[in-house]
Write a protein that binds this ligand. Structure first.
Ligand code: UD1
Ligand code: MG
Length: 450
């Protein structure tokens, strides 16, 4: 069966009161519409058609390689919006699945169910419904005595009895394509001056055709977003869902309500996440780690057995058995090899720290290459910026950098060398040499220890 999906996203989202089009507002780091695309997209299937209107160019740009687009010049309602997809889909599809771009919690499982139910049934349309205590402006679903849907009444047009109905329309429909295209032409103009897709149900009923409805198990899936209050609710529900998946997979989350894990992140077994922590973007965290409290990790790789407390890690690589924080900041291009210890108030940017490096307190390492087992004393700074460009620092294995050393780059400290406390190093220090003072000078050769 050839199935094509249509996602409606032409509305402005007036109730968001935003410069950003509604469907581009992010939830857990991804635009709202991305979730709708992911829910309907099947392996190997044709791309969905997104109906765009308001901010069409912006939306096209974001999803250019994931969808086809139909333009709805004037937003004359959801029924009119679906009509705009007809030229792209006529004779291309036997079934047309329609969803709205503002319902990010809908799962592909629910889509599978509606497609299966529709194909097992003879009516021209099957829809999802849900029971919800908070009707939040949703259309009410009215059923006849046989259990078929006889109408969807929009809130603005509903009578008091109809308003009391708690079976709601989330906005997911499966249609026989041939029937849909002709039925859309028969939708009456609503009192609001729009063509409502929901009125297509009335067209089926008028033709004596059955409309089947399938109840969503989890009403959270049907949350539609019209305001920023709904946006926050939907994000909370999404967060809960993702956190639950990780807990069931063996990750301990001390307080799931205070933990944010974005959908692209991966976390290994027996890792423990303390509250107020954020695992963002395509971060991969290994197993047996302790993260947080108060840790922010985005687009980074973290190995196994790491501890990251009260720290920020962005676009960085952290190998195994690394200990970070509290109050550390790893910036883009930081790479900490195994067993590195990075204590409080340290910052590392675009630098490689070899295995076993220790930088306990108040240091900045930028644009540097640091060898194995180097000890970086408190307050050390790589002075990497000369006012015009960034310069490189190299510290070879086994070096001991005294507290408060300024390494004025470009500069190289040879293997086994030491600097005295407060040294301002402006010239290279040869291996196994002690350099002290301002500017630092070599004062003696050190005994090599093997
Ligand atoms: C719609 C449904 C309502 C349902 C609710 C679920 C209709 C008439 N009503 O109401 O029964 O309970 O969703 O969330 O369908 N859009 C267009 N072009 C238009 C108008 C809307 O593309 O001319 C798009 C919007 O961008 C949005 C979606 O359709 O993504 C739904 O529109 P919205 O205005 O949010 O409809 P609701 O009032 O929520
Ligand atoms: Mg809506």
């Amino acid at each position: 069966m050839n199935i094509r999906a249509v996602i409606l996203a032409a509305g402005q989202g007036t109730r968001m009161h935003s410069k950003t089009p509604k469907v581009l507002h992010p939830l857990l780091g991804r635009p709202m519409l991305q979730y709708a695309i992911d829910a309907v997209q099947r392996e190997g299937a044709e791309k969905p058609v997104i109906v765009v209107g308001h901010a069409a160019q912006e939306i096209r740009r974001v999803f250019a390689d994931q969808a086809l687009f139909a333009l709805q010049d004037e937003q004359l309602g959801t029924g009119h919006a679906v009509q705009q997809a007809e030229p792209l889909l006529r004779d291309q599809a036997e079934l047309v699945l329609v969803t709205y771009g503002d319902m990010p919690l809908l799962t592909s499982g629910a889509i599978d169910r509606i497609l299966a139910a529709h194909q097992a049934h003879e009516g021209p349309v099957t829809m999802l419904t849900m029971i919800g205590d908070d009707p939040r402006g949703f259309g009410r679903v009215l059923r006849d005595e046989r259990g078929y849907v006889k109408a969807i009444v929009e809130e603005a047009q509903a009578s008091p009895e109809q308003l009391a109905v708690r079976e709601l329309n989330p906005g997911v429909y499966c249609f026989n394509a041939g029937w849909l295209w002709q039925a859309l032409k028969r939708i009456p103009l609503s009192p609001k001056g729009e063509y409502y897709l929901t009125d297509v149900i009335g067209v089926a009923v008028a033709d004596g055709l059955p409309v089947q409805a399938l109840l969503l198990d989890d009403p959270a899936e049907g949350i539609g977003i019209n305001t920023r209050v709904h946006l926050a609710e939907a994000e909370a529900a999404l967060r809960k869902r993702i956190n639950r998946q990780w807990m069931l997979a063996g990750v301990s989350i001390i307080d799931p309500l205070r933990t944010v894990i974005e959908p692209g992140a991966q976390i290994g077994q027996d890792t423990v996440i303390w509250p107020d922590s954020y695992i963002l973007g395509n971060t991969v965290v290994g197993s047996d780690c302790v993260l947080g409290p108060n840790t922010w990790i985005s687009n980074s790789q973290v190995g196994d057995h790491c501890r990251i407390i009260n720290s920020v890690v962005e676009k960085a690589i952290v190998e195994d058995h690394v200990d970070i924080g509290p109050y550390a900041h790893l910036r883009s291009g930081a790479h900490l090899s195994s067993r590195v210890h990075m204590g409080n108030f340290g910052e590392v940017k675009n630098s490689f720290l070899g295995p076993g490096v220790k930088m306990g307190h108040f240091s900045y390492i930028g644009d540097a290459q640091i060898g194995q087992d180097v000890n970086i004393g408190a307050g050390t700074v790589t002075c990497n910026f000369d006012g015009e460009k960034k310069n490189h620092t190299e510290i070879e294995a086994g070096v001991f950098i005294g507290s408060d050393t300024m390494l004025v780059a470009p500069v190289k400290i040879g293997a086994g060398a030491r600097t005295g406390a407060g040294a301002v190093v402006t010239r290279d220090v040869p291996p196994d040499t002690l350099a002290v003072g301002v500017p630092a000078r070599a004062i003696r050769k050190l005994k090599k220890h093997d």
